[in-house]
Design a protein around this ligand. Structure first.
Ligand code: PLP
Length: 396
């Protein structure tokens, strides 16, 4: 019944785990949800007021596919500031979340026969979108290198078919932030081999000093001509469910995306566009800074507890809000006679018996690790990771 292209295509494993945790909770079980990909808090009063005002002003019409002129101007300004390179309003667009911006980008630039390099582990959706565009994802393993990109290894993956690469920094699921020198080298490679770079910086405002986020166009301005920058309001502005994302790209790509999008969903929600305009007001800088400060404390709490659990080495994340510890030392053990044979089984046992939801690394192409989101209240972090520790101690 289904089209060929849906063969082997499944839903996002991160959403799957979240849904299962929600179901258990609905049944009255206290499940600690480490599987969320968003902050566990409300958005800012200013953003909510702008959305209310948009409703009261009767903003019920379709808008231009890539957003109202005022918002595109504001986005262009924001991206110009971020990159130090001038972007015009027709070089940016607003979308229903960064996910839609990424899909559109993949769809308009990649085609069957193309290879697209993605560092692995990767955010679940990235390779699937490359496949939906008919192209082939080619993975660059980074686990042996603290999840940082080894540029020589990247260069060795480039073939005559390589058409592009997708970079995500700060990185989901590992929390690593790519250095300026690595990004500069990658930019040179991209220019040498005529590659398109999709640069996903959805977590760019969630970086823990002294670490610094680097934008590839800012580092190498010539990259503007071959880069699609992707941004999101989901994370730092706590607007995940509002669906608010954006992109910046060369005009021809923006035009193609507008054409594609006009036949799929038309414009992103009119009301959310006004909320996004409010989000970019300087008044919200303190809101974002407050979120980051809170995450920094939560990161410290989570790291300390994970480091206390024997056999769970973990890279200290410089950005985003995930820990990605190596759990492979548990695979030789048993829980009440049942082997913890792999990371999926571990996630299952943790959900059933410790009532904690984590995402198995297999969802991110890395079956030795699990992803733990610490964007939840401190008492939940403590309760959940204490249970994780007790579970590990009970293994034989
Ligand atoms: C790396 C990365 N890119 C894109 C997205 C999508 O964000 P949005 O909610 O704006 O669609 C996510 C969400 O988890 C993400 O982690």
């Amino acid at each position: 019944m289904l089209a060929e292209r849906m063969k082997g295509f499944s839903g996002s494993q991160t959403s799957g785990m979240r849904n299962r945790a929600r179901k258990l909770r609905a049944g009255g079980i206290h499940v600690v949800n480490f599987a969320a990909g968003e902050l566990d808090k409300d958005t800012s009063p200013g953003i909510k007021a702008a959305a209310r005002k948009a409703i009261d002003s009767g903003r019920t019409q379709y808008t231009d596919t890539l957003g109202i002129a005022e918002l595109r101007e504001r986005l262009a300004q924001k991206v110009s500031q971020k990159t130090g390179v001038t972007y015009a309003a027709d070089e940016v667009g607003f979308t229903a979340g960064a996910k839609q911006a990424l899909f559109n980008a993949n769809f308009v630039v990649f085609q069957p026969g193309d290879e697209v390099i993605i560092p692995s582990p990767y955010w679940v959706t990235l390779p699937e979108q490359v496949r939906l565009a008919g192209a082939t994802p080619v993975f660059l393993p980074t686990g042996h290198n603290g999840f940082q990109i080894n540029v020589d290894e990247l260069a060795r993956l480039i073939t005559p078919r390589t058409r592009g690469l997708i970079l995500n920094t700060p990185h989901n699921p590992t929390g690593v932030v790519y250095s300026a020198s690595v990004l500069e080298k990658i930019a040179r490679l991209a220019m040498e081999h005529d590659l398109i770079c999709i640069f996903d910086e959805c977590y760019d405002e969630l970086v823990y000093a002294p670490a610094v986020h680097h934008n590839i166009v800012k580092l190498v301005p010539e990259m503007k001509a071959r880069t699609i920058l992707i941004g999101s309001l989901s994370k730092s502005y706590c607007m995940a469910g509002w669906r608010a994302g954006f992109f910046a790209a060369p005009q021809a790509i923006v035009k193609a995306i507008a054409n594609l999008q006009s036949h799929i969903a038309s414009n992103p929600c009119n009301l959310v566009q006004y909320a996004a305009l409010a989000a970019f007001e300087p008044a919200n800088d303190a809101f974002v800074a407050g979120n980051l400060a809170q995450l920094r404390t939560q990161r410290a709490t989570a790291l300390e507890l994970v480091q206390k659990i024997p056999g769970l080495p973990c890279v200290v994340p410089d950005g985003a809000f995930y820990l990605f510890p190596d759990v492979s030392s548990l695979f030789s053990k048993s829980f009440h006679g049942e082997r913890v044979e792999n990371v999926d089984r571990l996630a299952e046992l943790l959900l059933q018996h410790a009532h904690i939801a984590i995402v198995p690394g297999s969802a991110f192409g890395c079956d030795q690790h699990v992803r733990i989101s610490y964007a939840i209240p401190a008492e939940e972090i403590v309760a959940g990771l204490t249970r994780f520790g007790q579970f590990v101690h009970s293994l034989t």
